[in-house]
Design a protein. Structure first.
Ligand code: NAD
Ligand code: UDP
Length: 320
């Protein structure tokens, strides 16, 4: 097996987009996934690509270290982990395991291979933030006691493993704190807000705003996020750094519901439903560090990204 790039969580929303982009650029890509939230159909267009090799595998398993295909892995994008609250709360122990043991395994592999590794952490490490917008120095306002803790706290511990492998073993570790990313490719039943609202709007079903819809999020289009991940891998300046990756344009959830209804020319009603426990009230990245170290900032506006997303959902069903 020649030199290659590993993507864990390759059958997921982000992993499959990243794999397609890396293959377009001529890289050889090994993809691992246990299909817990990902779908093999996300890989349909690349499954027979001569430079793509998919393996059904759990990154928490010690068998990873026996895989001869990973002997020449030089770059690791570690994306494996459920990301939707609906899924990570259904399997909380597995969520903790993949973000801690799974991350440690990938760091061990990076050390063994002298490989570079990008770990996809999350804006959830900021919890329900008291600093706004959130910069990387902010240590967060996170709870151990609640339904989101299995994800938030295990992602934080994953960052600790990254810190230790960087400082104690000299592994070229880069931590991307991803803020909400969207596009077609999110399963219709993913449960995250954009897939829910777009699926509901194009079917003229009720658009289910949770709470009063005043809570905010900042949405980054998938191509922008995938570019940032590759720049993090490439740039020496990103070694040993935590970098926010997200779009700083902030919208309330109600504004997003209205925008999607309008762009989809939908007759849906907007309904108000109970707010999930511990739902963060606001979220917006400060991306000065990404601009400075990566020369990166997002290019796709929410409106443009939503139009693409709505059109693609209309053409393709993406049920799990
Ligand atoms: P996703 O659920 O679509 O994809 C995750 C993939 O990981 C799935 O294919 C799943 O089957 C796989 N997986 C889970 N556990 C595994 C295991 N033990 N072994 C092998 N594969 C496993 O989620 P996504 O939106 O593509 O997110 C990818 C990564 O980015 C996750 O780590 C997530 O925490 C992070 N992230 C995503 C967002 C976002 O908005 N999409 C925001 C913040 C962070
Ligand atoms: N949300 C909503 N309706 C939905 C799904 C989500 O109002 O059908 C809200 C949710 O309560 C949160 C925001 O949209 O305030 C983003 O939710 P998502 O699950 O996409 O991501 P996260 O909360 O992890 O940022």
């Amino acid at each position: 097996m020649e030199k290659n790039t590993l993507i864990t969580g390759v059958a997921g929303f982000l992993g499959s987009s990243l794999a397609k982009d890396l293959l377009r650029k001529g890289l050889t890509v090994i993809g691992l996934d246990n299909l817990s939230t990902g779908k093999i159909q996300n890989l349909d267009s690349i499954m027979t690509h001569p430079n793509f090799f998919y393996f059904y595998a759990d990154v928490c398993s010690p068998e990873i270290f026996e895989m001869k295909e990973l002997v020449k892995t030089e770059e690791i994008y570690h994306l494996a982990s459920p990301a939707s609250p609906k899924f990570y709360q259904t399997t909380p122990f597995k969520t903790i395991e993949v973000n801690t043991l799974g991350t440690k395994n990938m760091l061990k592999l990076a050390k063994r291979n002298s490989a570079k590794i990008v770990y996809t952490s999350t804006s959830e490490v900021y919890g329900d933030p008291e600093v706004h917008p959130q910069n990387e120095q902010y240590s967060g306002s996170v709870k151990t006691w609640g339904p989101r803790a299995c994800y938030d706290e295990s992602k934080r511990l994953g960052e600790v493993f990254c810190f230790l492998y960087y400082t104690q073993h000299g592994v070229k570790v880069k931590v991307a704190r991803l803020f909400n990313t969207y596009s077609f490719g999110l399963r219709n039943d993913d449960g995250r807000v954009i897939s829910n609202f777009v699926t509901q709007a194009i079917n003229n079903e009720d658009i289910t705003v949770y709470g009063d819809g005043k809570q905010t999020r900042s949405f980054c289009y998938v191509s922008d996020t995938v570019n940032a991940l590759q720049l993090m891998m490439e740039k020496e300046e990103a070694n040993g750094e935590i970098i926010n990756v997200g779009n700083p344009d902030e919208f309330s959830v109600l504004a997003i519901a209205k925008m999607i209804k309008k762009l989809a020319n939908s007759s849906s009603n907007i309904t108000f439903n109970p707010l999930p426990l511990d739902d963060p009230r606001k979220r917006r990245p400060n991306i000065d560090k990404a601009k400075r170290l990566l020369g990166w900032e997002p290019k796709v506006s929410l409106e443009e990204g939503l139009i693409n997303t709505i059109n693609a959902y209309r053409k393709n069903n993406n049920n799990g």
